[in-house]
Design a protein around this ligand. Structure first.
Ligand code: GTR
Length: 399
């Protein structure tokens, strides 16, 4: 278990909490980004330099996961007594010519309580399965997305057209995206004990739990190739997707679109949204321990590039938008670049990530690591999806 005593800076910060000023206004000036010391990816808590796959997987990776569990997101508990997948027929398929809609009621029971979540999976109508699948963790209303076929947030026809299945669930079904109501899902029904723990599961980990249950279904459906499954999230959903990909090695690719603070962006840069700001606007996304770092990013004994690294050897994709400065595109890029060292330095893959950040539209697709920065504002659109699918084609073609 991590102890602050082992980190002199954190120890200092905890003893003198008022020494460091908290920040209330967002900084968008690169010149005001503090000189930061980024925790080393490959130095373990005991100070050992990690060089081998065995040491990474047995020592360093679990250590990083436990730092993030303890101090940020809480666990994605997989404790359940029973899980059932009932096919239902409540939603009309808006894409009947090209797809078959499987709508599944996933019923999970634990200690005499039961919770249901709804999953929708569009399978290509053409022959050729089992199909690789994209799962979108959606914090936008799923029925609204399906009714508006022009909406590019979940472009079913394009995904199907590229030969993938397209799956989606609404986070409301797992843990409502609301300060007051967030417990009224799996936290009240299945895991109430988590709410009493300062390091317990909260909203983002609950949404990642939802992704894990969708994956449980993929494993049971012979029309889906669960070994080629991609978890995608935008913004708050992107934060949840990273936590899902970090913990659940069944995801072949993890995609975090404009995930920002508490997602891909380096926290210590304090550019755009800060830890204090996100914890005051969305306290229910993260556990209570994360609040102890409000205004004290320099005291965090880790940063988000380490979370990205835990996804290896599976592939990871980070996407940003130029006008989305609140999410700190440069911090997202640097985090991916630093985190991706794990692929070459531990897993021995030939990955040369020598590019530097450029504030203009571009795409960088490499073995195991994908990135793009697009013009425009904070959103998930077809430009983003097309790049995710190009990258995915490339990763799966190499297999
Ligand atoms: C913002 C929040 C971001 C991001 C975004 C979203 O208000 O500050 O961290 O998650 O919402 O999810 O669209």
């Amino acid at each position: 278990m991590y102890s602050p005593m082992k980190n002199p800076l954190l120890f200092f910060c905890l003893i003198f909490p008022n020494f460091l000023m908290s920040q209330n206004t967002a900084n968008y000036d690169e010149k005001k980004v503090p000189d930061i010391s980024i925790p080393d990816l490959f130095v373990s808590g005991r100070g050992d330099y990690i060089r081998t796959v065995a040491d990474w997987e047995k020592i360093r990776r679990p250590e990083i996961i436990s730092l993030f569990t303890e101090n940020v997101y809480g666990p994605i508990t997989n404790e359940l007594d029973d899980i059932r997948f009932d096919l239902i027929n409540e939603t009309e398929n808006p894409y009947p010519e090209i797809s078959v809609l499987k709508e599944v009621d996933i019923k999970v029971s634990r200690q005499g309580n039961q919770h249901s979540m709804n999953l929708k999976v569009f399978l290509p109508r053409k022959k050729g399965g089992p199909f690789p699948v994209f799962l979108l963790i959606s914090h936008r209303n799923v029925m609204g997305l399906l009714e508006n076929m022009e909406d590019e947030f979940f472009p079913v026809a394009d995904i199907i057209g590229r030969g993938y299945a397209a799956a989606i669930f609404d986070v409301e079904d797992v843990s409502p995206d609301d300060k007051k109501r967030f417990t009224q899902g799996i936290l009240d029904t299945l895991y109430p004990e988590q709410l009493n723990k300062a390091n317990g599961m909260r909203g983002l980990a609950a949404w990642a739990w939802g992704a894990a249950r969708a994956m449980d279904y993929f494993e049971k459906n012979p029309d889906i190739n669960e070994t080629k499954a991609i978890v995608v999230g935008h913004s708050r959903g992107g934060k949840a997707a990273l936590w899902a990909g970090a913990n659940d090695s069944r995801w072949a690719i993890t995609v975090a679109n404009e995930s920002g603070c508490g997602g891909a962006a380096l926290s210590k840069r304090k550019f755009g949204e800060t830890v204090e700001r996100i914890n005051s606007s969305f306290p229910y996304w993260f556990n209570d321990n994360f609040k102890t770092f409000n205004g004290k990013e320099e005291c965090l004994p880790f940063d988000q590039h380490q979370l990205i690294a835990t996804i290896a050897p599976r592939a990871v994709y980070v996407a940003s938008a130029i006008e989305d400065q609140w999410s700190d595109p440069k911090g997202e890029f640097l985090s991916l670049k630093l985190g991706s060292r794990v692929y070459s330095e531990i897993y021995g893959r030939s990955l040369d990530f020598s590019e530097n950040f450029q504030n203009s539209q571009r795409t960088i697709h490499k073995p195991s690591v994908g990135y793009h920065l697009r013009d425009g504002i904070h959103n998930l659109n077809l430009h983003d999806w097309e790049r995710f699918m190009d990258f995915t084609d490339m990763q799966f073609d190499e297999d």
